[in-house]
Design a protein around this ligand. Structure first.
Ligand code: DLL
Length: 432
C-alpha cells in the first residue's frame, strides 16, 4: 500500500524533527547561492538561526521574478560540475527560469514521483503511457523515471500525435496514462473517429491528470469516458516538477510530501497564514534538494488545506484542487502564457490600434484562443489583401511568442468594450 511506509506514515512529531534537520542543511546550502547570500545580508538574517519551519517567516518570500533576475546562476548552490541536468519552466516569456539538479537531487525526485505514483495505485505490472512532453518541461522526464523506478513498462511517447497515442493505447493495452486534462477530453473524439470505444478497446485503469487547472467535473467526465480512476497530480518546475502533491486512492485532496517541502498557505496580499480550510497561496520551501534551494517560494497557486486525517494513513497534509492563480498567467493547452506576451506582439505591430482582448473558449473539449484586435481605421479603407496579410503576420508572430496559434480577428476601433479601470484583457469562457 505504501512505497515508503516509514516516511509516509511517520508520526507528525518525528516529521517536524526531520523537517528541522533538513531545513538547517538547506539554510547552509542557501548561503552558498549569490541570491540568498545577498538577501540574508540585506535583511540581516543569520541562516544559522533558522532552525525550524516557524523561524522561516523572517525570510522574505522568493518569487518567479527573483528566479528570472537570478538567471542563470544566482540560485545555484553547488559547483556546476556537480550539476547533471536542468529543467526550465514552460513559461515562454523572456528569460526562462532554470532549475538545476545534482545526481542525488534527481534520485530523490525520482523517489518522490515513484511514491506519488504508488499512492495512486501504479504498480510494477502496469504499462505506463507517458503522454506529456519530454524536454525542458518536467512532466515528461519527471514522471518517466518515477514510473521506471516502480518497474512499470514505461512508454516515453511524449505529447501529441494522437493517432499514434491511440495505436499504442490499443496495441500495448496501456493500463496507466499520464495526460493533460484538456487533452484527455479532446482525445476521446479522435478515439471515436477511429471507430474505437475507450472502455471496450483499451485497458486503462489509472489516469494521472496534472499540469493545468481542472475541475472535479472534468475529472469525473474523464473517469466516465475511459472507465478508469483519475488522480490529480500537482507540481511545478521550480520545486522539481510533478510529484509535489498527489492524490491517493481516496481522491480527497493531494498529499503534499512534507519531508521534501515546508508548506505554507498564505494570504497573497498580507502573506500571513490563512486559517485552515481557507483558500490562500501555496508557498513552498525545498528541504530535500541541493543544487537549487528555494526558500518560501511563492507558487502563485491558490488552494486550501484539506483538514483531518486521510483514511489512507499517510500523515502528509493534503491540499485541495488548485482553485486559480494569483497572477494572470494563463494555462492554455498546458502551455503557460502571460497576457503581456500577447500585448507585446500586438503593440509592436504597425497598423494595430490600442485595444485588444483575448477570448478563451472550450469547444468540443478543445480549447480555442481568439485574439480580437482593433486596427487603425485607415486600414479598413485599404485593400483586403493587405488586411489578410496583417492578420497572418499577427498570427505567426503570436505563434512564435506563445507557442500556440490563436484565431485572430481584426476589428474597427471602438468595437471592443473599453473600461475606465483595469482593462479586462482576458475572457476565459472555458468551463473548467
Ligand atoms: O506543470 C509540472 C507538472 C507536470 C505537474 C506534470 C503535474 C504533471 P510547470 O510547467 O512549471 O510545471 O507549471 C506549473 O502548472 O504552478 C500550476 O499553476 C499548474 N499546475 C500544475 N499541476 C496542476 C494541477 C508543471 N494538478 C504550474 N492542477 C503550477 C492545477 C496545476 N494546476
Amino acid at each position: 500500500m505504501y512505497w515508503e511506509k516509514q516516511l509516509e506514515t511517520i508520526p507528525r512529531e518525528e516529521l517536524s524533527l526531520l523537517q528541522a534537520e533538513r531545513l538547517q542543511k538547506t539554510m547552509a546550502n542557501a548561503q552558498k547561492t549569490n541570491f540568498y547570500r545577498r538577501l540574508f545580508s540585506r535583511h540581516k538574517i543569520d541562516p544559522e538561526k533558522i532552525k525550524s519551519p516557524e523561524d522561516l517567516t523572517v525570510i522574505p518570500p522568493t518569487t518567479k521574478a527573483d528566479l528570472r533576475e537570478g538567471f542563470p546562476f544566482d540560485f545555484l548552490a553547488v559547483p556546476l560540475e556537480e550539476v547533471v541536468r536542468l529543467h526550465s519552466s514552460s513559461g515562454t516569456t523572456g528569460t526562462p527560469t532554470v532549475i538545476y539538479y545534482t545526481a542525488e537531487d534527481l534520485d530523490r525526485w525520482t523517489n518522490q514521483v515513484a511514491r506519488s505514483l504508488y499512492a495512486a495505485g501504479v504498480r510494477k505490472n502496469d504499462v505506463f503511457q507517458n503522454m506529456m512532453s519530454y524536454g525542458l518541461f518536467t512532466g515528461g522526464l519527471g514522471m518517466h523515471y518515477g514510473a521506471e523506478r516502480i518497474g512499470a513498462l514505461t512508454i516515453p511517447i511524449g505529447a501529441g500525435n494522437s493517432k499514434r497515442q491511440i495505436w499504442f493505447l490499443k496495441f500495448f493495452q496501456s493500463t496507466t496514462i499520464h495526460i493533460i486534462p484538456s487533452y484527455a477530453l479532446f482525445l476521446t473524439q479522435l478515439i471515436k473517429a477511429e471507430g474505437l470505444d475507450p472502455r471496450r478497446d483499451f485497458n486503462i485503469r489509472t489516469i494521472l491528470l496534472g499540469s493545468e487547472p481542472h475541475s472535479e467535473e472534468t475529472r469525473r467526465r474523464v473517469e466516465e469516458i475511459y472507465g478508469a480512476k483519475a488522480y490529480n497530480s500537482y507540481g511545478l518546475s521550480e520545486v522539481n516538477g510533478p510529484g509535489v502533491a498527489f492524490e491517493c486512492a481516496f481522491q480527497e485532496g493531494m498529499h503534499l510530501w512534507e519531508d521534501y517541502y515546508i508548506l505554507e498557505i498564505v494570504n497573497p496580499h498580507t502573506l500571513s497564514p490563512v486559517p485552515p480550510g481557507e483558500v490562500g497561496e501555496i508557498v513552498l520551501t525545498t528541504i530535500y534538494r541541493d543544487a537549487t534551494p528555494l526558500l518560501r517560494y511563492r507558487t502563485g497557486d491558490l488552494a486550501s488545506l484539506v483538514e483531518g486525517p486521510c483514511p489512507c494513513g499517510r500523515v502528509h497534509r493534503r491540499i485541495s484542487r488548485i482553485q486559480g492563480r494569483t497572477d494572470d498567467m494563463l494555462i492554455f493547452r498546458g502551455v503557460n502564457i502571460f497576457p503581456m506576451q500577447i500585448e507585446k506582439v500586438l503593440m509592436s505591430t504597425p497598423g494595430v490600434d490600442t485595444n485588444y482582448r483575448v477570448i478563451l473558449e472550450r469547444e468540443d473539449y478543445q480549447d480555442k484562443m481568439i485574439v480580437e484586435v482593433e486596427i487603425k481605421p485607415e486600414l479598413f479603407l485599404g485593400d483586403l489583401q493587405k488586411l489578410a496579410r496583417l492578420r497572418e503576420r499577427i498570427q505567426s508572430e503570436l505563434r512564435s511568442e506563445i507557442l500556440v496559434t490563436p484565431e485572430v480577428v481584426l476589428l474597427e476601433p471602438g468595437s471592443i468594450p473599453a473600461s475606465e479601470g483595469k482593462a479586462q484583457r482576458v475572457i476565459d469562457r472555458r468551463q473548467l
